[in-house]
Design a protein around this ligand. Structure first.
Ligand code: 5GP
Ligand code: ZN
Length: 112
């Protein structure tokens, strides 16, 4: 499949790993919008939030267990934002489900 994030998971495209387990991969965004900007993705391809269903939603629960661990590793004790853009109106550019973790500064009401 011609998916950028599947290629990152496979190691075909380099990335800066922050966390990995059997279900998820987390890495630094190439164009950070905040001092900490990490992307958390399921290893199994899901297009977007619209692709979450009863068969695959367990990985989303797992991602939300992992996010606080990453936030702690990144010293985001003052808080952080979790964002998932779904579809063109939200500005989704990579169609492999991902959750942005943004922090390290006081965030505006823009995405970052
Ligand atoms: P979206 O706009 O779909 O919500 O987020 C896609 C994110 O992926 C963007 O923040 C963009 O900077 C990031 N991104 C795009 N290509 C790459 C890449 O090759 N490597 C990394 N680490 N991040 C990428
Ligand atoms: Zn993919």
């Amino acid at each position: 499949m011609d998916c950028l994030f599947c290629k990152i998971i496979a190691g075909d495209i380099p990335s800066t790993k922050v966390y990995e387990d059997e279900l998820v991969y987390a890495f630094r965004d190439i164009n950070p919008q905040a001092p900490t900007h990490v992307l958390v993705i399921p290893k199994a391809h899901i297009d977007s939030v619209n692709g979450i269903n009863a068969e695959n939603s367990a990985v989303v629960a797992h991602i939300f267990e992992v996010i606080p661990k990453i936030a702690a590793m990144e010293n985001l004790m003052d808080g952080y934002r979790v964002v998932s853009n779904c579809g063109p109106d939200a500005g989704q550019t990579v169609f492999h489900l991902h959750f942005h973790i943004l922090g390290g500064k006081e965030l505006s009401l823009e995405m970052a």
